[in-house]
Design a protein. Structure first.
Lengths: 489, 286
């Protein structure tokens, strides 16, 4: 009996407890799955890839690899368009260039005030490098660069999406640059079937430490990509070409920031003529990124590309048509006067940046470039030098007129003739006029490269150098219409 | 007229009173000791930084140490914050979830570090137009090492912390951990892969639900019900854990930079690694 009462009491005690518990608590919480957190210790900063095969980078002070007979090839760097880089950043490239025997010249913003200007300097440069410009190129500059590339000069245009925007300090006031890097570069590259996009490439899946650092493993066939396995670009603009060569491309996960699409986008491309190169990144050339992956090899290849152009100077390059020291040879009937020396001195000064000097030997040397000064009267000593030009001098013609290939025959009075002859051994520049005053005038014109008033072809030119018939005369010249003559702009 | 009650009956009644009502009273008294379950609310309506992280952790500890708190709802309206503070709170939530469910309500913005916290909870609600996602890390890179005439140090990076490139790579490691947290937290619910998530986009709540970044669109009420459901409680009480924990209503050092003109900017006061969403129009970090 007592036992029943105890059980009842216990049940009565439990009843409210159970009731309240069940009122509030309907079960036990069990974590659905083991609580997982990231294995933080496994996440370490990614390290840059190293080159499969080490490349020996030349020291800046090392001797040029290839000894050259003539003056060193000149690589002209543009710093005159508010370019957002400093030459020290390109040390790996300039070191490679110097090691391969090149000479570096920087075209800064003061060039506009010197006589040569961009066009003048491109006459003796082997390659022209434009990095991150933020000012537009003028129409004249674009034309000059087009002509330069047309004469086998090499053009390298480098952009970098981290080097955009620029302000110009004008008398203490800051103005925003009127043009951006993409517009400026595309303006220059338009005629070479190359263009940059106003974007940057990224790859979220396979990159070099950051999504904007893309690894490029697809290479176009060209010496520029020789020996490359992987190239790392550190924020790069994409480059397009229709008929040219896409040199460095990413994989299918490499996308453009402009569209978030892509696949196989390129960060470097070469024009169809393999003379102009567009590179979408500058940073890969700067330390420490110039040592990552095969970047050092690419920089070496770039240097070789800039110096490999088969530069063929013609009369458009005047006076920079020589490839070494020049011997001045004059006809016997041409006496050196003070005016002549002044004109020659001017030419010598002009040629100085190109590393070319003038000398006045007693006899015609067997080797080396020549500058031949003479009159239209035949000089037996010079006939051999003039002969390759195919001229019919007035004394040899029945009508007393001068006949030049491509220009027909004409009255030589007041006319100066410029001819360029090339052989494997030497370059010969011939200046002829009907009298001494005309020849001096012609020498001044050629010395300054001011051939805008001349009829010009690649290897010969006719310039007005005095009064008489010829160009300034009402008497028409008898031009060979089959020749595609050009007025130099 | 009264009827005489026999003594034996009186004794029987007293006996029954003793054996029925007293135990019942005792039972009722003891039942009163069974606490009414609480679904605790933790609000984060600021960036995640030292001060807010300490407050959140104090509330998490309160929830963990008090059995009547059966579940927690985190109400987020935050653009994220520092990496270290975000990770600290995230790990505390992980400890709490071993014992109690935690549900997120992405009320306004659950971006970057705030979304990091949410993937460390059991269920995520978002408003249809809440801003969710922004997976990634930001940091201002240090300047190149330099020396000063009047400020000496004992190493090239003593004043700068690390090289620029090192900082960039450290960001990548932090990002990988963040993404790992997302994958672990969302599991098979994720409908998009790393190539989309790691772009750092911020999505509307309904898009985030479609992509599996959140579980459901809803309100705080729905989040509370879900938390109660996961913890198997009914007739519960909802309480702000900040009040229960007795946290003082003090304010820490402001996280966001204020201009001398008094304009509060969306970028932080101090340099460092951030899991932070900086709205368009202001991208500068100090």
């Amino acid at each position: 009996m007592i036992r029943n009462r105890v059980w009842l009491a216990l049940a009565l005690i439990a009843l409210p407890l159970v009731g309240r518990t069940l009122w509030h608590y309907r079960g036990l919480y069990r974590p659905a799955t083991p609580i997982q957190v990231p294995a933080y210790s496994e996440f370490s900063p990614p390290q840059p890839p190293v080159a499969d095969a080490a490349i020996e980078l030349p020291e800046e002070t090392s001797a040029p690899a290839g000894a050259q007979a003539g003056p060193p090839e000149l690589v002209l760097f543009d710093q005159s368009h508010s370019n957002r880089f400093s030459m020290s950043e390109l040390r790996s490239l300039t070191t490679a260039l110097k090691a391969q025997g090149a000479r570096i010249e920087v075209l800064d913003s003061t060039f506009a005030f010197d006589e040569l200007g961009l066009e003048g300097r491109l006459k003796y440069a082997s390659s022209f490098v434009v990095v991150a410009p933020s000012l537009a190129f003028s129409a004249g500059e674009v034309t000059a660069v087009e002509k330069f590339v047309g004469r086998s000069g090499r053009l390298l245009v480098v952009l970098d999406p981290t080097r955009t925007g620029s302000s110009i300090d004008v008398f203490g006031f800051l103005f925003l640059a009127p043009s951006d890097d993409v517009s400026a570069a595309n303006q220059l590259l338009r005629s070479f079937d190359l263009s940059f996009s106003d974007d940057y490439l990224y790859n979220l899946m396979d990159n070099e430490g950051n999504f904007r650092n893309v690894l490029l493993r697809n290479f176009g066939e060209h010496p520029l990509t020789a020996g490359l396995q992987t190239v790392a670009f550190y924020a790069a603009r994409s480059v397009q070409t229709e008929a040219g060569t896409l040199l460095l491309s990413g994989d299918s996960a490499t996308l453009s920031s402009l569209t978030d699409t892509g696949g196989g986008l390129a960060a470097a491309a070469l024009d169809p003529g393999s003379q102009a190169l567009a590179l979408g990144d500058l940073t890969f050339m700067t330390p420490p990124y110039d040592k990552v992956a095969d970047n050092a090899r690419l920089i070496q290849n770039l240097a070789a590309f800039l110096l490999d152009g088969e530069r063929r100077p013609d009369l458009h390059n005047l006076p920079f048509v020589f490839s070494g020291p020049v011997s001045v040879v004059q006809s016997a009937d041409f006496a050196l006067q003070a005016e002549t020396l002044v004109a020659l001195q001017g030419m010598s000064t002009t040629l100085l940046p190109a590393g070319v000097s003038l000398s006045f030997p007693e006899e015609v040397p067997a080797e080396g470039d020549l500058l031949v000064l003479g009159l239209f009267e035949p000089d037996p000593e010079l006939v051999e030098l003039i002969e390759p030009l195919g001229l019919v001098l007035p004394a040899e013609a029945s009508d007393g007129r001068l006949a030049a290939p491509g220009f027909g025959s004409f009255n030589p009075a007041g006319i100066g003739f410029v001819g360029l002859a090339r052989s494997e051994a030497r370059t010969t520049l011939v200046l002829l006029a009907s009298d001494q005053a005309g020849l001096i005038s012609l020498l001044e014109t050629v010395g300054q490269g001011l051939l805008s008033d001349c009829l010009l072809s690649d290897t010969s030119a006719l310039c007005q150098v005095g009064e008489g018939a010829g160009l300034g005369s009402s008497e028409p010249l008898e031009f060979d219409l089959s020749f595609d003559e050009t007025f130099n702009q | 007229m009264t009827f005489p009650v026999p003594d034996s009956t009186k004794r029987g009644l007293r006996r029954w009173l003793a054996w029925i009502f007293l135990p019942l009273l005792v039972g009722i008294g003891l039942a009163a000791l069974v606490p009414r379950p609480i679904v605790g609310l933790i609000y984060l309506q600021d960036a995640i930084y030292g001060f807010t992280a300490r407050e959140m952790i104090a509330q998490i500890h309160y929830a963990r140490d008090h059995p009547e708190v059966r579940a927690v709802v985190v109400v987020l309206d935050s653009p994220g914050g520092t990496v270290v503070d975000t990770e600290a709170v995230y790990l505390e939530f992980a400890k709490l979830r071993e014992r109690k469910p935690v549900v997120t309500m992405a009320q306004g913005v659950a971006a970057s570090g705030a979304y990091y916290l949410s993937v460390g909870t059991d269920y995520i609600f978002a408003g249809p137009s809440s801003l969710v996602g922004n997976v990634g890390v930001i940091s201002q890179l240090p300047t190149a090492p330099m020396v000063f005439e009047d400020l000496a140090s004992t190493g090239p990076y003593k004043l700068f912390g690390s090289a620029r490139d090192t900082r960039l790579r450290e960001m990548e490691a932090i990002k990988q951990a963040f993404y790992s947290a997302v994958v672990l937290g969302r599991g098979e619910a994720l409908a998009i892969g790393p190539e989309r998530i790691l772009r750092g986009e911020i999505w509307l709540g309904n898009e985030a639900a479609r992509f599996g970044l959140v579980d459901e669109l809803g309100s705080i009420s729905a989040a509370i019900e879900k938390a109660a459901d996961l913890s198997h409680v009914a007739n519960y009480r909802v309480a702000d854990l900040r009040e229960l924990a007795g946290l003082p209503s003090s304010f820490g050092v402001p996280f966001f930079f204020m201009t001398p003109e008094g304009v509060l900017t969306p970028y932080p006061n101090a340099p460092g690694f951030y899991l932070l969403y900086v709205p368009p129009g202001e991208r500068r970090l100090p």
